[in-house]
Design a protein around this ligand. Structure first.
Ligand SMILES: [Zn+2]
Ligand SMILES: [Zn+2]
Length: 163
């Protein structure tokens, strides 16, 4: 076990930020009992897979032509402590989709976010991540609402995780 979050899958909200439990939300995708029906669903399940260290799922849902040699072992070396996901927009055509999101994390005691417009294509009935356009985001102010959607101010919430 590493330092990634553990959860009670039947009672805890899914890491991807929906109001559903993990069992009702991303678990069916992770276990292969369901396929992600939209690019946003896939993107959310990929975020949850990062949080829960399901690296095999991340490789499986990344289009092989865009993987650039990334392996499960490399992903497992990440030391990110994930704080929350915010999906800003998602669009879907028949076999192409885009999802813009912010995924906040702490790494080496620094707060940062992946702010990205991700692209997805559908192959044989499965949505796959291809690549993302990274953007810069502003860090929250101490009195701003916390980025983890707790409803608290940043200074009273995730700021306390920083040393
Ligand atoms: Zn979820
Ligand atoms: Zn927080």
């Amino acid at each position: 076990m590493n330092n990634n979050q553990t959860l009670d899958s039947k009672t805890t909200h899914c890491p991807c930020g929906t109001s559903l439990t993990y069992d009702q939300c991303c678990e069916p995708c992770h276990s292969g009992r369901a396929v992600a029906e939209t690019p946003e669903r896939l993107m959310r399940s990929r975020y949850s897979a990062f949080v829960l260290a399901h690296f095999h799922y991340l490789i499986k849902t990344h289009h092989v032509d865009y993987l650039q040699g990334v392996t499960e072992q490399q992903l497992a070396q990440g030391k990110m402590q994930w704080l929350g996901l915010e999906v800003l927009s998602s669009t879907q055509l028949s076999e192409y989709g885009e999802v813009t999101f912010k995924a906040w994390f702490i790494e080496d005691n620094q707060l940062d976010a992946i702010y990205e417009c991700s692209s997805f294509i559908k192959r044989d009935g499965h949505w796959l991540y291809t690549e993302g356009q990274q953007m810069q985001t502003r860090l929250p102010g101490r009195n701003d609402a916390c980025i983890c959607n707790s409803g608290k101010k940043f200074k009273q919430c995730c700021a306390k995780r920083l040393g």
